[in-house]
Design a protein around this ligand. Structure first.
Ligand code: NAP
Length: 468
């Protein structure tokens, strides 16, 4: 295959978004042996790493070690980071098209899916994604507030985010104080009066979206007992058939873990975390003063759809679960980017194996690509983004070889420097970030914490000696 011959310099690529998908795309691009590629990565926040910093739970420190891989990418001479620079505000699609041969969007899914039931917007009903961003010190959510002076909390949905939220609510102050949780969240959670947390799944144990390591961890909390309803973890015939037919041993293990919880005696720890199955919220019930007082649930049965999957079907049995705080954890959702097509139904940029396509004609847009959650939707773990980004990069290299590129007027790297410095003088380089990183780690040493995060852009700028 004849690659971009580099006659007019290296292939210049912009990546928008510095989370795992963006970094894995950069890694694939920069490891090409037959092709000189230069990557400029943009992020609207001054700190890189996206959901590794703002999504991964603070008590999952090991998962965050993936940033070492990202650091190795960022150390390359052919890589530059422009943090605190927002696409659609400081730089536009037109700017990108003037300066780069290719642009890859890896902005993730920055919003949440709606539940679509009455009462969803009552006070003390929050998207779980906001709680996660808050406890992880995301600058946009540091001023959010959650009433933790209540006793009973429901988390709706049964994926790994729901499990993260429930676990963080149940951790003791001692457990949390060893993590990089935002200082304000540590303080608020240390004073929490939460005693009972319910995770609500609409299907059965065999269809639960959480993974086995995560559900096992819930049985090992210092300050909370795990509970399940024995009838709800006993498999119905359709689920039993599904488990028996599955070639994935993790599925039967998942069911076994939950059934072991049903049989175990509870030690009587201060908090209880109950995982419920086969219940769907049909309404968040108000307390008469604008706040949530409970969740009205309908009990479900499972039925098989034409594609063979087991879906929930409501019965005529209802249950009122009194709770004073609700986290809706039914999935993230992408938000549209300026001047780019958007598939409203799926919350993604329409694409063909990473090539952005017109929703009307299906034709690919020259030089524009997408990777990660914005490409496939909010599914999979951090590592899922590696093959996903590799697929997008394959399309980029194929197009480069075929000469299907943007035709920038100003491909000289110093031109984009000048533009960014003019539009956003307070931009942050990777070197600046490494300084912030070191200071955060240093601040953590006194209390044996991995780091103490900066949570405001103003504080980061002050540390870097920059004006906002
Ligand atoms: P998810 O895994 O897609 O789970 C969403 C959950 O919401 C599912 O249980 C789904 O049930 C439920 N749901 C959807 N609509 C609902 C409705 N109307 N009523 C009731 N329940 C509803 O999403 P997520 O938890 O946000 O996680 C996103 C991705 O990040 C996942 O791939 C996850 O594994 C990953 N993640 C991984 C970790 C980790 O590795 N520790 C941590 C956090 C997140 P149905 O299955 O019935 O649709």
């Amino acid at each position: 295959m004849k690659l971009w011959d580099g006659a007019s310099g290296p292939l210049r690529v912009a990546i928008v978004g510095s989370g795992p998908a963006g970094f894995y795309a950069a890694e694939h691009l920069l490891k090409q042996k037959d092709l000189a590629v230069h990557v400029d990565m943009f992020d609207r926040l001054p700190t890189p790493h996206g959901l590794v910093r703002f999504g991964v739970a603070p008590d999952h420190e090991k998962i965050k070690k993936v940033t070492r891989v990202f650091d190795r990418v960022a150390e390359r001479e052919e890589f530059r980071f422009f943090g605190n620079v927002e696409f659609g505000n400081h730089v536009t699609l037109d700017d990108m098209q003037q300066h780069y041969h290719q642009v890859c969007f890896a902005t993730g899914a920055q919003s949440d899916r709606r539940l679509g039931v009455p009462g969803e917007d009552l006070e003390r009903s929050h998207p779980a994604t906001e709680f996660v961003a808050w406890y992880n010190g995301h600058p946009d959510f540091r001023n959010a507030s959650f009433d933790l002076f209540v006793a009973r909390v429901a988390v709706i949905g049964i994926g790994n985010v729901a499990v993260d939220v429930a676990r963080i609510l149940c951790r003791t102050p001692e457990e949390l104080s060893k993590t990089d949780i935002a200082d304000y969240a540590l303080e608020a959670l240390s004073k929490s009066r939460v005693r009972e947390v319910f995770i609500l799944g609409r299907r059965g144990p065999a269809q639960a979206a959480f993974t086995n390591a995560e559900i096992k961890e819930l049985g090992e909390l210092a300050g909370a007992d795990i509970a399940v309803v024995p009838d709800e973890v006993a498999l119905d015939p359709l689920s039993q058939m599904e488990v028996d037919a599955s070639e994935d041993p993790a599925l039967s293990r998942k069911v076994a873990i939950l059934q072991e919880y049903a049989a175990a005696t509870r030690p009587g720890k201060p908090r209880t975390l109950t995982v419920r199955f086969l219940v769907s919220p049909i309404e968040l019930v108000g307390d008469g003063s604008g706040g949530v007082a409970g969740v009205r649930l309908v009990k479900n049965e499972l039925h098989q759809t034409a594609d063979g999957s087991l879906r929930p079907k409501p019965t005529d049995q209802y249950e009122d679960l009194p709770v004073d705080l609700v986290f809706r954890s039914v999935g993230y959702r992408g938000v549209p980017l300026a001047d780019l097509p958007f598939d409203e139904a799926r919350g993604i940029i329409p694409n063909d194996m990473g090539r952005i396509v017109s929703p009307d004609t299906g034709d690919s847009a020259r030089g524009l690509y997408v990777a990660g959650w914005m490409k496939r939707g909010p599914t999979g773990v951090i590592g899922t983004n590696k093959p996903d980004a590799a697929e997008t990069v394959s399309a980029m290299l194929e197009d480069a070889a075929a000469g299907k590129l943007l035709d920038p007027n100003s491909p000289d790297p110093s031109e984009i420097d000048r533009l960014v410095a003019e539009r956003q003088p307070a931009f942050v380089s990777y070197e600046d970030w490494k300084h912030i990183d070191e200071v955060e780690i240093e601040r953590g040493k006194t209390n044996e914490r991995p780091r103490v995060k900066f949570t405001s852009v103003a504080d980061i700028m002050a540390e870097l000696g920059r004006k906002l």
